[in-house]
Write a protein that binds this ligand. Structure first.
Ligand SMILES: Nc1ncnc2c1ncn2[C@@H]1O[C@H](COP(=O)(O)OP(=O)(O)OP(=O)(O)O)[C@@H](O)[C@H]1O
Ligand SMILES: [Mg+2]
Length: 626
């Protein structure tokens, strides 16, 4: 049972290790594959949108020259366009060179401005939408796969990992990974080409002016690179704090009774606020870096504009040229600004993607043997064959003290076994081994003589019904909570199970009956009622082997009697192993197994054990004797 993950969890990495992370392109590609067509289309549209910037500038330059500075008198007036040089509109349209412009000409020319702008906007929209569409599809599958991968892990994984942090990865990190990745693709495919297109047009218009602005451009980049380096780590730190906050919230909400009972609200808020404050600090650091970039770029750009004006006065150029040049320059800076953030964005993305992939690729500690067959419905024979087992630390090393130290038990189908012993004796651990939540270090667990490691886990668990110590009910209707035992059960079967569990009567009294949502107002159930629902669930499952982990909390005699009856119904014709804390359960048992320190200390029925077992006598007088 190797607990060591394939790669280190990024949230436990040092900053230096985070900086070393590589983008797992292969994994991303896998998720991209089904949508490749649409993805390529989106990228191509991005390329077209970038090139269209050139069309836009040339077009607007033409319109401005026709209209501004007193305007052209005739369509035959030669115009000086970027890229195309000297152009004669009348010749292009096949009209006489002395065709007058007039108001109609001006209106038609100007009408092209919204048309060009609309096309420009539409292409950009299409580019963003297509890529976002692909990204969204990917996110759906990534999220779903991460959740599935987490659920596949063994209980050992969950006892070492905080639920809040898992939720943060499944929900937030996969979103960050997806949105950032989409943005990166868009930036890298569209922006460089946009800049090149505009620069090309600008160069053909006025090479000196453009060259000067190109000198200023790197000046913009210098401070960005320095800032970027300084705060690169802030992004990953922020994600860590979100994880801590999620954990605190999750623990406080699920343990609200404990929090309130000990009046620890303020204590929890303080715990929350420590991460909260740390996160705000990181956020600020991050924002400061990101937002400083814009103003710096703009300030440097305005120096360029000022210098440009001087140059224009010196060159005696018309205002249409100035407007077109400045417009083009301002169109260059946003994409340049965005490109300058790529480094920061990349860092955040690599971290998030790695965290998601780490969870995605984590092998479960307990796996089905390759090609393992299903275990058919068993008669109910259970054998623990010389089992030894110790729990592991987070790093996979074994704890010093083993929980089970060589247990050999042969349980016959259809009998009722009570498991008793002091706390920590290993009773619940034995259940976990039977359910294959863990694999024993040595020895085998057999069902009807079949090693449970040789068949699928699902089919093993399909043969086992479980009523656990802490009844867990979902925030769903009573009906669905019972149906959880067997998803294809009919309404009649659900009600029959509830009746057998002596739950039917109180369910009808709850407002809403079977449709009442557990935990909602009007449906706050008592401990005994919850237990009866979980018994109904187990009755519905109708598995040949039944595991009962009795709640230690005392029930009143009335409820105890009802539950006892329910269990009696439940156990008919089944192999039952009950961790017993109640005398009534013990009296029901065909055999009592006394456990101590991970060993079977004694076996027998009540009378025999009272005579022969010192430990049983002690347990009896302390626990079971009313
Ligand atoms: N997830 C775990 N990780 C590490 N050690 C564990 C884990 N669960 C149980 N143990 C240890 O294994 C031993 C057996 O525990 P187990 O839960 O089986 O006892 P138990 O007999 O069910 O006790 P109780 O009657 O109190 O429920 C104990 O020493 C316990 O500390
Ligand atoms: Mg226990």
């Amino acid at each position: 049972m190797a607990l060591a993950p394939p790669t280190k969890n990024p949230s436990q990495m040092t900053d230096a290790e985070i900086a070393q992370l590589k983008m797992p392109y292969g994994r991303i590609l896998e998720y991209l594959k089904p949508w490749m067509g649409r993805f390529i289309f989106g990228v191509l549209i991005g390329v077209v949108a970038a090139a269209f910037n050139g069309v836009l500038i040339v077009g607007i330059s033409l319109i401005f020259q026709l209209v501004l500075d007193g305007g052209a008198k005739t369509l035959g007036e030669p115009l000086d366009l970027p890229v195309f040089g000297q152009v004669n509109v009348a010749e292009m349209l096949g009209l006489a060179t002395d065709t007058p412009m007039g108001l109609t000409g001006v209106i038609i020319a100007c009408a092209f401005i919204p048309v060009l702008m609309f096309l420009n906007g539409f292409l950009e929209y299409l580019n963003k939408y297509q890529l976002a569409w692909v990204g969204n599809k990917m996110l759906f599958h990534i999220r779903s796969d991460v959740f599935r991968s987490v659920l596949r892990q063994s209980p050992a994984f969950f006892s070492h990992t905080k639920a809040g942090e898992l939720m943060q990865t499944v929900f937030n990190q996969s979103r960050v990974a997806q949105t950032n990745a989409v943005q990166l693709v868009q930036l890298l495919t569209n922006r460089p080409l946009t800049i090149i297109t505009i620069l090309y047009v600008l160069f053909s218009k006025d090479w000196f002016f453009t060259l000067m602005s190109l000198v200023i451009f790197p000046l913009c980049l210098a401070p960005i690179i320095t800032i970027g380096r300084k705060v690169r780590k802030a992004g990953s730190r922020e994600e860590k704090e979100v994880g801590t906050m999620m954990t605190t919230m999750h623990e406080s909400f699920t343990g609200i009774r404990l929090v309130k009972g000990y009046a620890r609200e303020e204590y929890e808020v303080e715990r929350f606020d420590r991460a909260n404050a740390e996160m705000c600090k990181n956020m600020l650091r991050w924002t400061r870096a990101m937002e400083l970039i814009g103003p710096i770029v703009e300030a440097v750009a305005s120096i360029g504009i000022a210098a440009g004006l001087v140059y224009f006065w010196y060159q005696q150029k018309g205002s249409s040229d100035l407007i077109v040049l400045i417009m083009s320059l301002t169109k260059i800076y946003p994409p340049a600004k965005e490109l300058s953030k790529v480094n920061l964005l990349m860092q955040k993305t690599v971290y998030a993607v790695n965290k998601v992939v780490h969870l995605l690729e984590r092998e479960a500690d307990i796996k089905d043997a390759p090609g393992a067959p299903e275990l058919a419905r068993v008669k109910g024979g259970v054998t623990f064959e010389n089992i030894s087992f110790g729990y592991s630390n987070e790093d996979g090393s074994k704890l010093d003290r083993a929980a089970i130290n060589g247990i050999h038990l042969d349980l016959v189908p259809g009998k009722f076994y009570a498991l008793v012993g002091p706390s920590g004796a290993g009773k619940s651990t034995l259940f976990s081994l039977l359910l294959r939540f863990y694999d024993p270090d040595s020895g085998r667990v057999l069902l009807d003589g079949v090693d449970i490691r040789s068949v699928t886990q699902d089919s093993v668990r399909g043969n086992i019904g479980l009523v656990s110590q802490d009844t867990f009910l979902f925030h769903d209707t009573i009906r669905e909570n019972i149906r959880y035992g067997r998803l294809d059960a009919t309404e009649e079967e659900i009600i029959a199970a509830a009746k057998k569990a002596h739950a039917h009567e109180f369910i009808l009294q709850v407002q809403g009956g079977y449709d009442a949502v557990v935990g909602d107002s009007g449906c706050n159930l008592s401990g005994g009622q919850k237990q009866r629902l979980s018994i109904a669930r187990a009755i519905l499952r109708n598995a040949p082997i039944l595991l009962l982990d009795e709640a230690t909390s005392a029930l009143d005699t009335e409820t105890e009697k009802i539950i006892q009856e329910a269990i009696h119904v439940l156990s008919e014709g089944k192999t039952v192993i009950a961790i017993a804390h109640r005398l009534s359960t013990i009296m029901e048992a065909d055999q009592i197994i006394v456990m101590r320190d991970g060993l079977v200390a004694d076996k027998g029925n009540h009378e025999e054990l009272l005579k022969s077992s010192e430990l049983y006598q002690k347990l009896y007088s302390l626990q079971f004797h009313d």
